[in-house]
Write a protein that binds this ligand. Structure first.
Ligand SMILES: *Cc1c(COP(=O)(O)O)cnc(C)c1O
Length: 357
């Protein structure tokens, strides 16, 4: 096996699932497994979440949906985002439930799958995807006129993690718009942050993503969630460098005195950001080893105070909120969000799943 791998704790995943489900006790769960289940591996994660009681799955692309189907998963799969007419045939072929927000897509899907089930999205304030509230009733009528079955109507929050007042306002716009429809459709709105804040949890479905993976939406506190993923690596070479020796592309690091450098077998192509060149850390024997030199595509060099064998294990990403080595802490240091670092974890990294005891 490749000497760098992800360890994924399906027990922790299941406990996070149950924590979120308890906060939305009357709602059914659409577990969001887009982007390879936020880097955790879509098929294994989807199977585990369905085993925990999730009723449906959601993905971002028809290719992701096809991957679930090829893995033998036959649960309902919601395709998030406004369907493009060019994607209607693939959505139909793989039995995915598309999200409709345009008439062009509705017509294309009705042609690809006559009588098929769809969901309709309303833009309650985010300004990205969805039918304007004032046009919802007409749009739903037009979709049904095409013979399609509207299974649910939903919306998405823009600031569920930071602004409760605005999120309540979006929720009110959504509910008022839905209430004006001639009949009652199943409704949903809540992502992870909203579920944890108790907003939209009284509706028919909830759509947790990031929190299932133990990545707290607020990026600061654990919010009662358990981390699911650790990234580990063994060195492929450990060498002693004399003082003043350059390391890596651009020779951007030079050894201060006599130093030990371990070459680790992962790089930016695996999802370890190149921006961590000369400023990132990995965890090692309870302490840290600093990245020395540039992160390259497939390899990263770290500085050690002493030599180690090739069986030594380094923690590339720790399952905690450590400022230097967790996905969450590292994202904050890089001015981004843990979503970006998790979804960047390359499919070429082996994933090792620990089952629930
Ligand atoms: C990604 C996504 C979710 C899940 O969001 P999290 O913040 O990861 O919980 C829910 N709904 C929609 C429409 C999404 O695109």
């Amino acid at each position: 096996m490749r000497p760098t791998w992800l360890e994924i704790d399906l027990g922790a995943l299941g406990r996070n699932y149950r924590r979120l489900a308890r906060r939305a006790a009357g709602a059914r769960v659409i577990a969001v497994v887009k982007a390879n289940a936020y880097g955790h591996g879509a098929a294994a994660v989807a199977r585990a979440l369905l085993g925990c009681g999730a009723e449906r799955l959601a993905v971002a692309t028809s290719g992701e949906g096809a991957g679930l189907r090829r893995a033998g998963i036959d649960a309902p799969v919601l395709l998030l985002g406004s369907l493009h007419p060019d994607d209607a045939e693939d959505a139909a072929r793989w039995g995915l439930t598309p999200t409709l927000a345009t008439l062009e897509a509705a017509r294309a899907y009705a042609a690809a799958r006559p009588g098929g089930g769809v969901q309709v999205k309303v833009d309650s304030g985010m300004g990205r995807v969805g039918v304007p509230p004032g046009e919802l009733a007409g749009f739903v009528a037009a979709v049904e006129e095409l013979g399609l079955e509207v299974e649910a109507v939903y919306t998405h929050f823009a600031v569920a993690d930071e602004d409760e007042v605005e999120t309540r306002r979006q929720l009110a716009v959504f509910l008022e718009t839905a209430r004006a429809l001639p009949r009652r459709y199943p409704l949903h709105a809540a992502n992870s942050a909203a579920i944890l804040a108790g907003l939209g949890t009284e509706l028919d479905f909830v759509r947790p993503g990031v929190a299932l993976y133990g990545l707290p939406p607020d990026m600061r506190t654990a919010q009662g969630l358990e981390p699911v993923l650790a990234w580990k690596a063994r060195p492929t070479q450990v060498k002693r460098l004399p003082a003043g020796h350059g390391v890596g592309y651009g020779l951007s690091y030079r050894s201060q005195g006599e130093e030990w450098i371990a070459t680790l077998p992962f790089g930016y192509a695996d999802g370890f950001p190149r921006a961590l060149s000369n400023r990132g850390w990995v965890r090692w024997r309870g302490g840290y080893a600093p990245v020395a030199g540039r992160v390259s595509m497939d390899q990263t060099t770290v500085r050690l105070p002493e030599p180690v064998g090739l069986d030594e294990v380094f923690w590339v990403a720790t399952p905690d909120l450590d400022e230097r080595t967790s996905l969450t802490g590292r994202a904050r240091a890089l001015n981004t969000i843990h979503y970006e670092l998790a979804t960047a974890l390359s499919p070429r990294l082996p994933r090792v799943y620990r089952e629930e005891e």
